[in-house]
Ligand binder design. Sequence first.
Ligand SMILES: CC(C)(COP(=O)(O)OP(=O)(O)OC[C@H]1O[C@@H](n2cnc3c(N)ncnc32)[C@H](O)[C@@H]1OP(=O)(O)O)[C@@H](O)C(=O)NCCC(=O)NCCS
Length: 172
Amino acid sequence: MADVTELTLELCSVTDEAAARQILEWRNDPVTLSMFFHRTPKTVDEFWREYQRDYFVDPNLPPLFVLDGDRRVSFLRFKRIADPSGRCCCDISINVAPTARGKRLGSRSLLVAAEFLRSRGVDEIVAEIRVENTASVRSFENAGFGFHERTNKLIADTGEDCAIVVYRKQLS
Ligand SMILES: CC(C)(COP(=O)(O)OP(=O)(O)OC[C@H]1O[C@@H](n2cnc3c(N)ncnc32)[C@H](O)[C@@H]1OP(=O)(O)O)[C@@H](O)C(=O)NCCC(=O)NCCS
C-alpha cells in the first residue's frame, strides 16, 4: 500500500552544529560520496566551516531536512542560478538518509521541497545528476522533473570531466 504519511520540513539554522554533523554523516556515506561531484570524505571541522560559510548564502533559500513524523529522512540544499531573463532559478541537491533509502522518500522529499521553493518565489528548479545515478534520475522523474539534456560538467577543483544529465521542473 502507498505510504501517504505527510512529510514536513525543518529549515536548518546556521548555528546548529548538531545538524551540520548529521548532514556530514550522511554525506560521508560511501554511496553518497560515489554519487556526489566531490567524492572525498570531509572532516567535522572542515565541514562545519563550509556549512557556515556556504550553506546560507541566500537567506531566502536555506537548506532543510524533510521529516517523516519526527524522523529526519532527507537533506536538501539549494543554490540560486543566475538567469538572464530575470526568472528565479535554483539548483537542487538531495541526500536521503542512508537508512531511509529505497522507500520512495527521495521523490516525495523533492515534491515537498518544490512546494517550499514555489512559496519562496522560485520559478524553476534545476538538477544535475551523474549519468550512472539511476535511482536519482528515477526520483526526479517521479517528482515531475523533465529531462533537459545530457552533457558534461567540469568539476573545477578536482578537474573531473563528469557526464551528467540535467533535469528541470517549472514552478510558474
Ligand atoms: C538517489 C536518492 C535520492 C533516491 O532516493 P530513494 O528514496 O532512495 O529512491 P528509491 O530507492 O525509492 O528509488 C527511486 C527509483 O529508483 C530505482 N532504483 C533504486 N536504486 C536503483 C539502482 N541501483 N538502479 C536502478 N534503479 C534504482 C527504484 O526502483 C525507484 O524506481 P521506481 O520509482 O521506478 O520504482 C537516494 O538514494 C540518495 O540520496 N542517494 C545518495 C545521494 C544521491 O545520489 N543524491 C542525488 C544526487 S543528484
